[in-house]
Design a protein around this ligand. Structure first.
Ligand code: FAD
Length: 435
């Protein structure tokens, strides 16, 4: 059985681990903090716009477990909010333990507090990774899923300082790119304002700090929208990572979504201004703690890779999630993580690597983002199925659909049905499920 080591336990690393395991590998997942999901600990929005199509493609191909889990712990489904249709909002308080138990139940070794700080190489191949504590973990193939957010030096240099986000760099040590440790020269994304990186685009407010009528609207519909009083001016969103939300509706309104906490669709919002808005007089940030001043800076370390998600120049290193491009989102991390994980396992068995055709939204996004980032123009784009540039392309190419039957039929026609195996989650009860 080949041994696959996944570095980084965000959505990409979790999906990579499951796909590698299903492809017959022994899998070890190393995470530097005490929890899985990385930035997914504070996200929540799934299935909005073209993400619906990508999630159904993944389910049809047999790498849909993470979507099925998010559906099962959803607080709201089929939610419309400005510029976005049919979203699912998962409960950020519940999802991490459910994913962790699922991974462990699949026989994946999940190790926390393992910050990888060294790569050992021999003849263009990685042989082992070494943690800060000096532990050496050997593997036949590796997946870099370390993301692109932080460490706090980047947030200080290119943002407004460490905003104390879910990644908790000061406590666990900042992100370290595994590709870079292995000698790969990485690229930085550029924001619309020309600055390196981009600032994460949403915060969380304590629901208990909001007026009961706002909480009531959130609990019942999942959404609350209210205009920003003109004297506070419009929000500047030019540095925002999530270009799908850089729309006038978000400049002129406060948009909240219910993901357990109240998700505020703005990179940050000075508390003194926020508290001028009716119903927000007592508002308090819960993530990032300094959401009044800033947010995490992302897209600081993107690895060059091909369409099989193999990192250029290294025979047995694959990458997924934000490491694989200026890709925004849980869905984008899950689908690329799945492909990277499967290919790591296939490589370990000496089998041909999988590349997804451009007739799938997933294959097309991997292909177009890879080419455009290599050419340079993609560094200022943010690729997401949910809006902006790539969703436009998806619609033009007839790839967008919110009809599961049609999406599954397309995957079948392309000979890709169940190519990752069966969705092991189907029919399995979630341990600890409370709904
Ligand atoms: C505040 C915020 C809100 C968001 N909201 C949404 C949303 O609602 N919907 C949506 O689709 N997307 C959302 N996103 C974007 C989305 O979360 C990310 O694009 C996606 O989840 C990235 O996943 P990833 O696995 O590539 O990286 P990450 O989530 O960054 O995970 C990387 C992991 O690697 C670990 N790591 C790093 N270095 C090492 C190392 N050397 N050794 C071991 N471990 C290491 C980190 O601790 C982390 O757990 C949001 C992002 C932020 C920041």
């Amino acid at each position: 059985m080949p041994k696959v080591v996944v570095v980084g336990g965000g959505w990409a690393g979790c999906a990579a681990s499951v796909a590698a395991r299903k492809a017959g590998a022994e899998v070890t997942l190393l995470e530097r903090t005490d929890s899985l999901l990385g930035t997914g600990l504070v996200g929540g929005i799934m299935r909005n716009n073209g993400r619906y199509t990508a999630a159904e493609e993944a389910i049809a191909m047999g790498c849909g477990e993470m979507f099925l889990i998010a559906d099962r712990v959803a607080k709201h489904t089929n939610v419309d909010f400005p510029g976005h249709a049919h979203a699912t909002l998962y409960d950020v308080a519940r999802i991490e333990p459910v994913v962790r138990r699922f991974l462990e139940g699949q026989g994946i070794t999940v190790l926390f507090g393992k910050r990888v700080t060294r790569a050992e190489k021999e003849n263009g191949r990685i042989t082992a990774c070494v943690t800060e504590g000096g532990e050496r973990i050997e593997g036949d193939a590796f997946v870099d899923a370390t993301g692109s957010a932080g460490p706090q030096t980047n947030c200080t240099r290119f943002g407004n300082g460490c905003a104390m986000c879910a990644l908790r760099c000061p406590s666990f040590g900042g992100r370290v790119s595994f590709s870079s440790l292995a000698g790969v020269s990485e690229k930085m994304g550029i924001s619309a304002s020309g600055r390196p990186g981009s600032m994460s685009g949403s915060c969380k407010l304590l629901k208990e700090s909001l007026h009961p009528r706002i909480v009531e609207a959130l609990n019942s519909t999942g959404v609350f929208v209210t205009p920003i009083p003109p004297e506070l001016g419009k929000k500047d969103l030019s540095f925002k990572a999530c270009q799908q939300y850089a729309l006038d509706e978000y400049r002129e309104n406060v948009v909240l979504l219910d993901t357990g906490h109240a998700k505020l669709m703005a990179p940050y919002f000075p508390l003194s201004s926020l508290r001028h808005i009716p119903g927000f007089e007592d508002a308090r940030f819960v993530d990032p703690y300094a959401g009044s001043k800033g947010n995490s800076i992302r897209y600081m370390a993107i690895a060059p890779r091909d369409n099989a998600l193999r990192v250029e120049g290294l025979d047995n290193l694959f990458c997924g999630g934000e490491k694989a491009g200026t890709l925004v989102g849980h869905t984008e991390a899950i689908v690329t993580g799945s492909l990277a994980g499967r290919n790591a396992a296939l490589h370990g068995q000496g089998e041909e690597l999988l590349k997804l055709p451009s007739e799938t939204a997933i294959g097309d996004m991997i292909d177009v983002s890879g080419r455009e980032i290599a050419a340079g123009e993609g560094l200022s784009r943010r690729y997401t199925f949910s809006g902006s540039y790539y969703f436009g392309r998806m619609k033009e190419r007839g790839l967008y659909s919110s009809d599961p039957g049609q999406i599954h039929e397309r995957i079948k026609r392309l000979g890709l049905e169940g190519i990752f195996g069966k969705n092991r989650f189907e029919g399995q009860e979630l341990d600890g499920e409370r709904r």
